[in-house]
Write a protein that binds this ligand. Structure first.
Ligand SMILES: [Ca+2]
Length: 125
C-alpha cells in the first residue's frame, strides 16, 4: 500500500492511500477492515475515512468517496487503534488515483498516524 504526500487545503488535510492493485482491485461483493493506529493528541479532534465503493449512490463521484462516520477522540496523549468496517469496497483507484483517504478538518488539522492496515474480509482471494 502506498501513502501519497498529504494534500492540504485551507481547512482540510487528506491522507491518500493506494492499495497495491495485485492485492485488491475493482472488487465485487467484498468487505474490508481498516485498522488505523493514531496518536490522541491536540492536533485535531476527529477524522473520517472515505473510500471507493460499488454503490454509486453512496459517496461523491459515483461512490468513489463513500464516507464513514467521524472517529472522535479526546486529547489523552495515548496511541489508539480503531478498526473500521468498509462494506462493499471497489478499490479501483477512483479516489483521486487512490482507494481511500483519511480527512482531518478539525483543530489544527494535524493527525499523527503510526500504522494503517487494510484486510480483506470477503470476496475473491
Ligand atoms: Ca490501488
Amino acid at each position: 500500500m502506498t501513502i501519497k504526500a498529504p494534500h492540504r487545503t485551507f481547512d482540510e488535510i487528506f491522507f491518500y492511500f493506494d492499495i497495491d492493485d495485485t492485492f485488491m482491485f475493482d472488487e465485487e461483493k467484498c468487505d474490508a477492515e481498516l485498522a488505523i493506529t493514531f496518536l490522541e493528541d491536540d492536533g485535531c479532534d476527529d477524522f473520517f475515512v472515505t473510500y471507493d465503493n460499488n454503490d454509486p449512490k453512496l459517496g461523491e463521484h459515483d461512490g468513489s468517496f463513500r464516507p464513514l462516520p467521524y472517529v472522535k477522540f479526546p486529547n489523552t496523549g495515548q496511541w489508539r487503534t480503531v478498526k473500521l468496517l468498509l462494506p462493499n469496497v471497489r478499490f479501483a483507484n477512483r479516489g483521486n488515483c487512490a482507494d481511500f483517504r483519511i480527512t482531518v478538518d478539525s483543530g489544527n488539522q494535524n493527525l499523527t498516524l503510526s500504522e494503517v492496515i487494510i484486510r480483506r474480509l470477503s470476496g475473491k482471494k
